[in-house]
Ligand binder design. Structure first.
Ligand code: ZN
Length: 123
C-alpha cells in the first residue's frame, strides 16, 4: 500500500503559517507523506470515545490519620496534650498513621513510645 499523501500540507511538506511564511509541515515533518515511517500511525484508532470524560474521576485524598481504635485513642491523647507543640502533634499523628500502615495496628511498644513524647521534657 502506497504511502498516503499528508492531509495537512497536501503532499508538498510545507505549509503557510499565519505570518504568510512557508514552514515545514508539522504533521509529516516535510516528507509530504502521512505516517509512512513511525510517528502518526494508527490515527484512525484515536477516537474521542477512547478519552475518559474529565471530572468524574476525582480521586479521594488518601487518609492521613490514625485508622484503628488504638490509633484513634492515641491520637486523642496527643491532641489533648498541652506540653507539645502543634508541629510535634502533627508529627506524632503521622507516625501513628505510619505505624498502623506498617503493623496494621498500634503495638503496646509504640503506644508507650508515643506517650513518652507527650510528657514534659525532663530538665
Ligand atoms: Zn504534511
Amino acid at each position: 500500500m502506497a504511502a498516503e499523501i499528508c492531509g495537512i500540507c497536501g503532499g508538498d511538506g510545507r505549509i503557510n503559517n499565519s505570518f504568510g511564511n512557508e514552514t515545514r509541515c508539522p504533521s509529516c515533518h516535510g516528507t509530504g507523506r502521512r505516517s509512512d515511517e513511525g510517528g502518526l500511525r494508527d490515527v484512525t484508532k484515536t477516537k474521542p470515545s477512547h478519552h475518559k470524560p474529565a471530572g468524574n474521576a476525582a480521586v479521594a485524598p488518601k487518609q492521613q490519620g490514625p485508622a484503628t481504635a488504638g490509633g484513634l485513642l492515641l491520637a486523642r491523647e496527643v491532641e489533648a496534650c498541652a506540653t507539645v507543640s502543634a508541629d510535634t502533634k502533627a508529627k506524632i499523628l503521622r507516625e501513628i498513621a505510619d505505624h498502623e500502615a506498617t503493623h496494621g495496628k498500634c503495638t503496646e511498644t509504640f503506644i508507650k513510645k508515643v506517650r513518652r513524647q507527650l510528657r514534659p521534657p525532663v530538665r
